[in-house]
Design a protein around this ligand. Structure first.
Ligand code: SF4
Length: 553
């Protein structure tokens, strides 16, 4: 029931075996990182993988049931030419053919501009110019066939700023601050990234981006040398010279020590010996997995072609094997519990999905006997109430848990001892009999907004309540719509620096707290973010009665 996701893998058969060992339930996608399109350039960056490794790994992965492979390449690597880009086009074409040959499986290709990072052999090298990187993106976009390939790339301007921040000296602190003042926030999200903010912050600080992304002089002090990484500069220079000759350095975990300098940090021979003994055991295990992967692949191919030895389970001809019904799931005691929890100030920028994940992990760690759904994607049976908008705190959020054993009496204390700061269980009640799911039952929410002393909303509230309709413009997936939110405003009061409101939930015209506040205050979004908004209650309104989800049990 634990899903393990793997980062990008070395493109070889062992990696597929490893992925298979940890992904017995779900085989959604595998990421391989050949990084360069030709062997020459892969040798320059010391990648130590061949085209055969990648094609073999892709073939095995598709045959073993993965429906999607993601390939990761870099452009703008030192010594790169357009021949290397043609190598990417060629390699992608070959993997795409394997994908099509395996029943039209998917292939995603991700292209990122290379950023010469500190403490690497390329720390003295320039980043490729933004215009050249743009040309290369267009070249690949034009030449990579889109037949069964989904191509995406990272914006060269984003990589430019990433390199600026990674290699900059103390002057870049000023640039960072100016960019923030100009509105640069959450820049990793493409919809928030604005290159002009950065270039104007650089201009105002008298710094040229081209200089910062340009080459560094060997022998001159580098800003990051104040941090002792353990990697010696002469080793990096040696590696850089070898890279220029496309000469690879063997992996020191399996080959000889290359003298990078890490040992000088104090790892003694004993550590190295123990380290290598552990590695040997790991290598033996790797070898076993590798053998399993490589020997099973041809047999699968043979059986598909109708030749060679086929085990009964691999047979594709003659009468189909009867599907064996799996044993019925163990019956559950059928206990359910409803929890009320608070999401406090330090968690207000954590989204709903992350909160649900925090609960899943806490429940597992606290050994709460949660029931799981059946099938290939077993999920803990936890049903949350209406999601809370980002930036809002809450005293009253709810989740129903289906348990496989009777309700543990110490559930509140057990969960609270593990939940991260800012999430706190307030109350728990067992559920007897049938109840509507939280999302279906809850139809109103109450909020308190703390207002600055200079803000006076009494008149605005009175005129809003006197109006028969309040039309707001809302951007939806279907386009811009005018919505009358007045029927959804149940209560609205202003006084003593607090605006209290009760709003309907779950209908298309239900008001959102932020849009109602914006309507009343007329502030820009940035200023609105500083308001302290707390959801004080969720309610089930039925037959003129307003009850909390705990009161209906
Ligand atoms: S064995 Fe240790 S010191 Fe030698 S190259 Fe590898 S990491 Fe560096």
């Amino acid at each position: 029931r634990v899903a393990i996701s793997l980062p990008s893998l070395r493109p070889d058969a062992f990696s597929v075996g490893l992925a298979e060992a940890v992904s017995r339930v779900r085989k959604s996608g595998l990421t391989f990182a050949p990084e360069a399109g030709t062997q020459r350039l892969r040798d320059v960056i010391n990648k130590n993988v061949t085209e055969d490794d990648l094609l073999g790994a892709a073939k095995i992965a598709y045959e073993k049931g993965w429906n999607l492979i993601k390939l990761y390449f870099m452009i703008g690597l030192p010594t790169e030419t357009y021949e290397d880009l043609d190598g990417i086009v060629d390699l992608v074409g070959k993997v795409a053919r394997i994908a099509r040959g395996n029943g039209g499986k998917s292939l995603n290709v991700s292209i990122s501009p290379f950023s010469p990072k500190p403490n690497t052999p390329f720390q003295w090298d320039p980043q490729d110019t933004l215009s050249s990187l743009g040309d290369k993106c267009r070249y690949l976009s034009k030449h990579i066939s889109r037949k069964s390939v989904h191509l995406r790339w990272r914006d060269p301007e984003v990589t430019g700023i990433e390199t600026l921040l990674a290699r900059g000296d103390r002057r870049i602190g000023r640039v960072l601050y100016r960019a923030w003042e100009k509105g640069a926030k959450f820049d990793e999200w493409s919809e928030h990234f604005n290159f002009e903010r950065w270039t104007s912050a650089l201009d105002e600080s008298g710094i040229a981006l081209e200089d910062e992304l340009g080459p560094r002089r060997i022998g001159h002090a580098l800003p990051w040398e104040i941090i002792q990484s353990g990697i010696r500069s002469d080793f990096l220079l040696r590696e850089r010279e070898k890279a220029a000759r496309a000469e690879v350095t063997p992996d020191c975990r399996t080959g000889d020590c290359s003298g990078c300098g890490i040992r000088d940090l104090g790892f003694d021979r004993k550590f190295v010996k123990e380290h290598s003994t552990a590695e040997n055991a790991e290598d033996a295990e790797k070898q076993k997995i590798r053998e399993r992967s490589t020997t099973s692949a041809p047999s699968a191919v043979k059986s598909a072609a109708g030749g060679g030895d086929t085990s009964p389970t691999e047979s594709r001809y003659g009468r189909r094997q009867k599907k064996r019904r799996s044993a019925p799931a163990p019956s559950m005691a059928g206990t359910k519990v409803r929890l009320q929890y608070a999401k406090e100030a330090q968690m207000r920028f954590i989204g709903h999905l992350d909160v649900t994940r925090a609960f899943e992990r806490t429940i597992r760690q606290a050994r709460i006997p949660i029931a799981y759904s059946q099938g290939f994607h077993p999920h803990p049976k936890a049903s949350f109430g209406p999601p809370l908008a980002l930036g809002i705190e809450s005293l009253a959020e709810y989740v129903d848990l289906q348990l496989s054993e009777p309700y543990p009496w110490d559930i509140v204390a057990s969960l609270n001892s593990i939940l991260p700061p800012g999430l706190r269980i307030v109350d728990a009640k067992p559920i007897f009999g049938k109840t509507l799911a939280l999302n279906a039952a809850i139809n109103a929410a109450a909020y308190d907004v703390s207002l600055p002393p200079e803000v006076e909303l009494t008149k605005a509230v009175e005129s809003l309540l006197a109006a028969s309709s309040v039309i707001l413009r809302r951007t939806t997936k279907q386009g811009i719509k005018d919505v009358d939110i007045r029927p959804g405003i149940r209560e609205l009061r202003s006084g003593s620096g607090v605006l209290s409101m009760t709003l309907t939930l779950g209908q298309q015209t239900s008001p959102r707290p932020m849009e109602l506040l914006k309507h009343l205050l007329g502030w820009p979004s940035d200023r609105m973010c500083a308001l302290k908004i707390t959801r004080t209650g969720l309610y089930i309104e039925r037959n003129g009665r307003k009850l909390s989800p705990m009161q209906v049990l």
